[in-house]
Design a protein. Structure first.
Length: 412
């Protein structure tokens, strides 16, 4: 009896979030064979499908970094992709609002970064900000017209459809258990049999560091899961928000702060906060995996974060557990919102890479394991704005692995 041959592809992508799917789509556009292997029963089940759905402009990120370059490109490309495939989206612009004088120097730094990154930014006084958002309170604001909204789960699902249409394969409910490099290929071991890839890309999100170790490489970081919870607004409070309203972010953290967003469905929500999750996929206080949680809090990098930022952490926990505390944060910019206007509106978990010295990795992080046939590229830090930047990230990965450069979709 002849056993069926192990399926072989030019590229295997581990992970069916938007970054993995954008990478697979870039590969498929070159005519190479590609397979996506995803552990969950559907695509975009974690970071991609549980975020605020904002199309980021690229304003915040340090000039010259991957986030700055790829988010600015991704902002335009995401809008073009949604337009081409008739996916819900809107370029509504956003306000970044300073509520205290000490925030003004940080706002000035955002203006500098915006100019360096090629992002259109307008500085506004109190009267100017109320032209865009009549109910906002602040002492100054920035208006960023290129920021938009979409539904990233729908974008990811469309990318999955395109991968299949272009000859690729998408395998759901197939968890990867190991990666073995060989001279001419990589064996991707899964719970339902092996898959061979001449090259492999690991976009494992919340599990990317574990997959790197399974491939025999020290990732140099650990993923610390931070849960971000969202509060939905009542109909009365929703009427107070026209588009997107953001605070000036704290530069000590890669989080953008609690912001108000009117989604493509018309509903308004505020969030996320940033609470240490009790499991890798800890979307609620009731989801606890003791082994994972103990590994997180025993990690030297996490201990250093806790020692330095414990006040910040307790503040986030308080807002998680108290609607009254959460509304106080929102009232800094939207004073007419009341605690009674808020209701739970889901949560996401951010896969934040942290070094052993407590440094929160702020930029996207790629680690190459070998070159050419038998190589693996590990995506080890791709939280926000990775959804916005996914299409150019996919092209970036393709070029790193194959040397081939393809045009952006809008210019193809």
């Amino acid at each position: 009896m002849t056993l069926p041959a192990t399926p072989r592809f030019d590229m295997v992508v581990v992970g069916g979030g938007i970054v993995g799917l954008a990478t697979a789509h870039a590969v498929a556009r070159t005519g190479r064979s590609v397979a996506v292997v995803e552990r969950e029963p559907r695509l975009a089940d974690h970071q991609t499908g549980n975020n605020s759905n904002v199309i980021h402009s690229g304003l915040y990120y340090a000039p010259g970094g991957l986030k700055a370059r790829l988010a600015v490109a991704g902002c335009a490309e995401t809008v073009a992709f949604c337009r081409e495939h008739d996916l819900p989206h809107e370029v509504c612009g956003k306000l970044v609002v300073a509520t205290e004088p000490e925030e003004l120097p940080r706002m000035a730094e955002l203006v500098r970064r915006g100019a360096a990154n090629g992002v259109e930014v307008h500085e506004l006084d109190r009267d100017g900000m109320r032209v865009h958002e009549p109910h906002v309170r602040g002492i100054a604001a920035l208006h960023v017209p290129s920021t938009g909204i979409c539904d990233y789960r729908l974008v990811a699902e469309k990318l999955g459809e395109l991968v299949t249409k272009e000859g690729g394969e998408v395998h759901l409910g197939r968890a990867v258990t190991g990666l073995v490099r060989r001279r001419d290929d990589v064996v991707v071991r899964t719970e339902s049999g092996d898959v061979l890839g001449t090259q492999v890309v690991v976009c494992g999100g919340l599990r990317c560091d574990e997959l790197a170790k399974a491939a025999g490489v020290d990732p140099g970081i650990r993923i610390i899961p931070f849960r971000g919870e969202y509060s939905g607004f009542s109909e009365r409070a929703s009427a107070l928000v026209k588009g997107l309203i953001y605070p000036v972010p704290d530069p000590a953290f890669p989080f953008l702060g609690v912001h108000a967003t009117r989604g493509v469905d018309g509903h308004v929500h505020a969030g996320p906060n940033a609470v240490l999750a009790l499991a890798r996929e800890g979307y609620s206080w009731g989801t606890v995996k003791p082994k994972e949680f103990l590994a997180t809090i025993a990690y030297p990098g996490m201990l250093r974060i806790a020692k330095e930022h414990w006040r910040y952490g307790f503040g986030e926990m308080h807002r998680s557990l108290s609607r009254k505390a959460m509304v106080k944060q929102i009232q800094r910019m939207l004073p007419e919102v009341a605690a009674s206007d808020l209701s739970p509106a889901g949560a996401g978990v951010r896969a934040q890479a942290v070094k052993a010295d407590g440094t929160l990795v702020d930029d996207f992080l790629f680690v190459d394991q070998g070159t050419g046939a038998g190589s693996i590229l590990h995506v080890l830090n791709a939280p926000s704005p990775a959804a916005t930047a996914a299409l150019p990230i996919g092209r970036e990965i393709l070029e790193r692995l194959t040397g081939e450069r393809i045009a952006p979709l809008e210019a193809a």
